[in-house]
Design a protein around this ligand. Structure first.
Ligand SMILES: C[S@@+](CC[C@H](N)C(=O)[O-])C[C@H]1O[C@@H](n2cnc3c(N)ncnc32)[C@H](O)[C@@H]1O
Length: 301
């Protein structure tokens, strides 16, 4: 669904919600890049260290790398540096110029960027090439943004993109100390708060809404029942927002919260169960010494 449908659907519910993909306009993508370098944001550096340690084994015989939610593909370079990948398909809802950026760095690499929504547009991934085993990467813990049932459906769809001899590489946050998880989504410098609030600017710009960002505060907490981090925006006082393009008035109570992202934290068992329901089997599992983040490699079983 596009932004207008998501706003109409999500802001007219008793518990308001917007899907996280709208956090990533050009400014949101920049802010996410900044988050990745924050001391509190352990997922990026932990995942990168795992990729560096296991890149050779992970890439194996893969000649094509498809990356969903690639962003700036910063960590992906670790896989490209093995020199074995000949074709790279970065897929993201936010348009990238990765073909130009990577051309200079990797002259032998064919880069075919796809702009699309991985929940709806997996059929935009170009057809595979004979003799080019495919590795589909989904890094950064983005798999955690799905609700459980949707996640299983999504993984089933992904299994269908792997092709013969293909494998899936999934980066997933693991359940760890709350004192470690929560600051990663609520940093001292306020970058994550700016990232979260930016979604309101996106609705203002795209749909002529009049959200006043100063009337909302960033909230992030671990929900131990659902085992996910939630990011929300809390109204500082009662007010009504007008969304001109939808002819919609959205009332907020004082203290009312709008959910903007969930980030599920996993156990190995839970991921294996998700894989099984999608017809996938675990091939390899790598996690850091503190068991905060894992890379799972799976194939069609
Ligand atoms: C958490 S960031 C991860 C970026 C990068 N892969 C990393 O590991 O640092 C999520 C990425 O997925 C993209 N994204 C989010 N929802 C998407 C969707 N529905 N379809 C395609 N891309 C999406 C965002 O634009 C962003 O680049």
């Amino acid at each position: 669904m596009g932004l207008a449908d998501d706003v109409l659907d999500g802001l007219t519910r008793p518990f308001k919600e917007l899907p996280p993909k709208h956090l990533y306009d050009a400014r949101g993508s920049e802010l996410f890049e900044a988050i990745c370098s924050l001391p509190e944001y352990y997922p990026t550096r932990t995942e990168r260290a795992l990729l560096v340690e296991h890149a050779d084994t992970i890439v194996g015989d893969a000649a094509e790398l498809v990356e969903l939610g690639a962003g700036s593909a910063a960590k992906t370079r670790v896989l490209l540096d093995t020199g074995r990948v000949r074709r790279f398909v970065p897929f993201d809802v936010s348009p990238t110029a990765l073909d130009e950026t990577l051309a200079a760095e990797y002259p032998q690499l064919d880069v075919l960027p796809v702009t699309g929504d991985f929940e709806a547009d997996l059929d935009r991934i170009p057809g595979g090439r004979a003799g080019f085993p495919r590795l589909v990467a989904f890094l950064g813990g983005t798999i955690g943004n799905f609700l459980p049932g949707t996640r299983r459906g999504f993984l089933r769809g992904l299994a269908g993109t792997l092709g013969p001899d293909g494998r899936l590489l999934l980066g997933a946050g693991l359940i760890t100390d709350v004192d470690v998880m929560e600051p990663a989504y609520d940093d001292a410098a306020g970058v994550t708060a700016a990232f979260n609030l930016n979604v309101l600017s996106v609705v203002n710009a795209e749909l002529g809404a009049d959200f006043d960002l100063s009337l909302f505060e960033h909230v992030a907490f671990f929900d131990p029942v659902n085992e996910w981090i939630e990011m929300r925006l809390r109204a500082r006082r009662a007010h009504t927002v007008r969304v001109a393009a939808l002819d919609l008035d959205v009332p907020f109570e004082r203290g009312e919260e709008l959910r903007t992202e969930i980030s599920t934290k996993f156990t190995r068992e839970r991921l294996e169960a998700d894989f099984a329901s999608a017809g996938l089997v675990l091939d390899a599992w790598y996690e850091d010494a503190d068991a905060r983040f894992a890379l799972a490699v799976a194939r069609v079983g």
